[in-house]
Design a protein around this ligand. Structure first.
Ligand SMILES: Nc1ncnc2c1ncn2[C@@H]1O[C@H](COP(=O)(O)OP(=O)(O)OP(=O)(O)O)[C@@H](O)[C@H]1O
Length: 112
């Protein structure tokens, strides 16, 4: 899901702590792809062969930053299994309306 319409204009890549990222939709994983990504990430030079994932960054109505991620399933799983503290990501500034697009009425009410 790299270079999607959402993140196409965003240049900055952040190291986002895995612990702050909410992934409300369970990933369906292709195991060999996860293994392959783990190997690539482990042998990666500083340039990087694995592109950043997209994260929806929402500021709550009462403040606070919320980070949601939907795609990037295989990359996220690979970073998780490697016990990485952070993942490279582009932050796509989003609204609760955007979240409804992905989650429908399952979107968390605490953001409204
Ligand atoms: N060993 C590897 N296996 C798979 N992809 C790799 C590997 N090394 C680098 N990449 C890059 O990582 C990115 C993986 O993105 P891809 O869309 O295939 O999966 P994902 O976004 O992590 O998971 P999903 O699409 O299932 O949500 C691609 O840009 C691909 O070129």
């Amino acid at each position: 899901m790299d270079n999607t319409i959402h993140s196409a204009g965003i240049a900055e890549v952040h190291n986002v702590p895995m612990s702050v990222i909410k992934r409300p939709i369970p990933s369906v994983l292709d195991e060999p792809k996860v293994q392959s990504l783990m190997a690539t990430i482990n042998s990666e030079s500083s340039e990087g062969e694995v592109p950043p994932v997209d994260i929806l960054w929402i500021i709550g109505s009462e403040g606070g930053n919320y980070y949601f991620s939907f795609g990037g399933c295989h990359r996220f799983e690979a970073y998780k299994r490697l016990n990485r503290e952070t993942i490279k990501a582009k932050l796509v500034r989003s609204t609760l309306g955007d979240l409804y697009h992905y989650m429908g009425s399952s979107a968390p009410k605490y953001l409204a």
